[in-house]
Design a protein around this ligand. Structure first.
Ligand code: NAP
Length: 457
């Protein structure tokens, strides 16, 4: 029997587990999918916005995989704690596939970044997704004007949630406290700001278009931001040479620029060619963002012009991408924020390390949509299966779960997770809503039947 641990139960981890059990080259593979949280699904549960029900429903596909009879979900086990480092994992399993994602935010590195009122988009996402590590990080949405820095899909998510009314989010699984704060929100203007042009923005067209269809918010685009884009004005023929997604994005933005500003309760201002240089302070809190106007440098980037513009904001969300976090005992490429690998095989000093693999964002960096993880996981699993003959020869402990318990871990297994789901349905009923997420460790572990005080770490 080939025993494999997959570390992380987000899409890349679940797809890796699926590929391992749905192949015939190595028939008897058993997979333990470990997660530091008592809940599975990674960013599908704790990153996909609550109003994206269709993407959220991917959880049903992931569930089917985790219920496979040769796969075990083992939550509440944090690799790196209680002696469970990469070396120990290789005592317990023939192979380990790290699918731990990219958990940290990139920093802007500008003055005022940490002023009260300035947050990473991840903090905001974790709050409205009820991530238990964010319990206690309340957002009182008393700001009138918010700036979202970045024009990727995370920026679009947080701008959209700020622009939606609480009534629009009540049918979702957004936690009750976040719904209450959104109901009292004073936010009227959301400025989403890119340092380059609309033809270079990172968002995808479906997500962008959705901003134009919100019931209580309208999109405002400044024509003066667009004319700087060479594909928009000076050389419209350049547009036809753009990748399809950028061309479609440009068309959507162009459409908004030509319409008169919609008279709705809230406005989303889509801005371009503005590079953040400083967060401004008033009374010890963030009061705005100072930007430098940029122009294309002819090489896909931009250069500053020495002309500055300030946008008032009592709330700033920095949505400038994620970064991988080093796992003690595993090699790490600081420059890219990933684990060095060849075809998914972890490289230690340039040489493949027997039995150690990576997939997902920790392998390729924080890019792509959920489906991108399928081919990524497949490549890694093919490498692992090629190595299986020699991996199986290494002796491993007979009962890894017992070994985890002996070292003080309190695994939450599949029935524990199902109990959390049932408790979330019951919680929703008390509010007259559908299922509502439990937002804290104690609540989750109590629902799972584990005593909260004994959590690992
Ligand atoms: P992203 O797509 O890499 O976008 C990051 C944005 O931040 C870009 O606009 C980037 O501009 C900007 N930025 C970076 N450094 C900056 C700086 N110092 N100053 C100003 N702006 C800066 O990252 P993301 O939005 O976090 O998304 C991560 C991944 O998750 C993406 O693959 C995304 O598609 C995916 N995702 C998908 C969905 C969905 O499908 N609905 C939802 C959420 C996330 P430059 O381009 O100029 O660097």
């Amino acid at each position: 029997m080939l025993r494999v641990a997959v570390v992380g139960s987000g899409p890349s981890g679940v797809y890796a587990a699926q590929d391992l059990v749905q192949q015939s080259r190595v028939p008897d593979v058993r997979v333990h999918v470990l997660d530091r949280l008592p809940c599975p699904y990674g960013l599908v549960r704790y990153g996909v916005a609550p109003d994206h029900e269709k993407i959220k429903s991917l959880q049903n596909n992931l569930r089917n995989v985790l219920e496979h009879d040769r796969i075990d979900f083992i939550g509440n086990v944090e690799v790196g704690t209680r002696g469970l480092g990469p070396e120990r994992l290789l005592d317990l399993y023939h192979a380990v596939v790290y699918c731990v994602g990219a958990a940290r935010d990139r920093r802007l590195g500008i003055a005022g970044e940490d002023l009260p009122g300035s947050h990473s988009a991840t903090e905001f996402v974790s709050w409205y997704s009820a991530h238990p590590d964010a319990a206690g990080n309340g957002f009182a949405l008393d700001a009138r004007s918010a700036v979202v820095i970045g024009v990727g899909n995370v920026a679009v998510d947080v701008a959209r949630i700020l622009a939606r009314g609480a009534d629009e989010l009540r049918p979702t699984d957004v936690p009750q406290a976040a719904l209450g704060a959104l109901a009292l929100s004073q936010v009227r203007d959301v400025h989403m700001v890119g340092r380059r042009g609309p033809s270079q923005a990172k968002f995808t067209t479906k997500e962008l278009r959705e901003l134009g269809g919100l019931p209580s918010a309208g999109v405002v685009v400044e024509a003066e931001d667009l004319v700087l884009d060479p594909a928009y004005a000076a050389h419209p023929e350049l547009a036809s040479a753009l990748p399809a997604v950028n061309r479609r994005n440009l068309e959507v933005v162009r459409g908004w620029a030509t319409q008169s500003p919609p008279g709705r309760q809230r406005r989303i201002h889509l801005r371009f060619f503005l590079r953040p240089v400083e967060l401004l302070e008033d009374g010890g809190k963030v009061a705005g963002v100072r930007f430098e106007r940029t122009v294309p440098d002819g090489d896909g980037g931009v250069r500053g012009t020495g002309v500055y513009e300030e946008i008032e904001a009592q709330l700033v969300l920095r949505a400038v991408g994620y970064r991988g976090v080093p796992l003690p005992g595993l090699p790490f490429d600081e420059r890219h924020g990933t684990v060095p690998h060849a075809g998914g095989r972890v490289l230690r000093e340039g040489v493949p390390s027997p039995g150690e693999y990576v997939a997902g964002w920790i392998k390729r960096g924080p890019t792509g949509v959920i489906g991108t993880n399928r081919p990524c996981a497949k490549e890694t699993v093919l490498s692992l299966l090629d190595d299986a003959g020699s991996l199986e020869l290494r002796p491993v402990v007979a009962d890894p779960l017992a070994a985890l318990r002996e070292s003080g871990h309190r695994p939450v297994r599949w029935p524990g997770w199902l109990a959390i789901e049932a408790a979330e349905s019951a919680l929703g009923e008390t509010f007259g809503r559908g299922s509502v997420k439990i937002p804290d460790w104690e609540g989750l572990l109590t629902a799972a039947g584990e005593r909260a005080g004994e959590r690992a770490g």
